[in-house]
Design a protein around this ligand. Structure first.
Ligand code: PGA
Length: 242
């Protein structure tokens, strides 16, 4: 595992954007696995800046997002499709037909078809991940077992509370989501996990220094052979000795 400790959120975002940019420069047809949430927003800003500066061409890039709320239309301001459009896709030259986000209004009994899409693209070259305070990656919540493929999950109270800041009222927060499974994520050729803030320090320590357990879903990343952890000093403070 490679670990980059940056002094600030901005530094973390720049480093993460550099790693994504390197993939695109080396392979114009790269398949990016993308994440939503507060953590990668700065990275997306940096990628947009690089595109506007003429440093990046997204025309051949394909993307697959980790997850989506069940019941939210793509036009809903809290849907993850909307997040991706407004934070990245609307500002770069990616072909929208080559951007995939699980369908929040789709047939939830057949959520696993998303894995067929990923397979048809040839798999994910670089998967960007955030981490929840409970150790979730995508919306793979703590559980008794690792779920393999894309599936529907019931969100935990911890996740609903963490995400309530984005909704007007708690009642509006969807209780279900579609998420890539742990198997879908682990098949990515490289993983880029981002973490920012002292509130993530404990879970980062548990995930990378504790036992591998579905109770801490991110701990499975200890088994992946190509993980890059990019974080600010606060998030990595319990992991890295200065
Ligand atoms: P955050 O969410 O980036 O908003 O902290 C991370 C996650 O829940 O995966």
């Amino acid at each position: 595992m490679q670990i980059f400790v940056l002094p600030s959120y901005e530094g973390m975002s720049k480093k993460a954007a550099d790693i994504v940019a390197a993939h695109i420069i080396l392979n114009g047809k790269t398949v990016l696995g993308l994440a939503t949430g507060s953590t990668p927003v700065g990275m997306y800003k940096q990628l947009v800046n690089k595109f506007k500066a003429g440093e990046l061409d997204f025309s051949g890039v394909k993307s697959v997002n980790l997850d989506e709320y069940v019941g939210l239309a793509p036009s809903h301001k809290q849907s993850y499709r909307y997040f991706m459009q407004t934070n990245l896709f609307d500002h770069i030259n990616i072909d929208k037909n080559n951007t995939y986000v699980p369908d929040g209004l789709g047939d939830i009994d057949n959520a696993g078809r998303y894995d067929d899409i990923i397979a048809s693209l040839g798999g994910i070259d670089l998967q960007v991940l955030g981490i929840g305070h409970n150790g979730h990656i995508g919306f793979n919540e703590p559980s008794d077992s690792f779920a393999y493929g894309t599936h529907v999950v019931t969100l935990t109270e911890s996740t609903i509370s963490a995400n309530s800041r984005f909704f007007d009222s708690r009642d509006e927060i969807p209780k279900l989501a579609v998420t890539m499974g742990i198997g879908s994520i682990m098949q990515a050729k490289q993983i880029l996990l981002l973490a920012s803030g002292f509130d993530k320090a404990e879970i980062i320590k548990e995930a990378f220094c504790g036992p591998i357990t579905p109770r801490v879903p991110a701990s499975v990343l200890q088994l992946h052979h190509n993980v890059i952890l990019v974080g600010d000093e606060a998030a990595l403070s319990k992991l890295v000795k200065k």
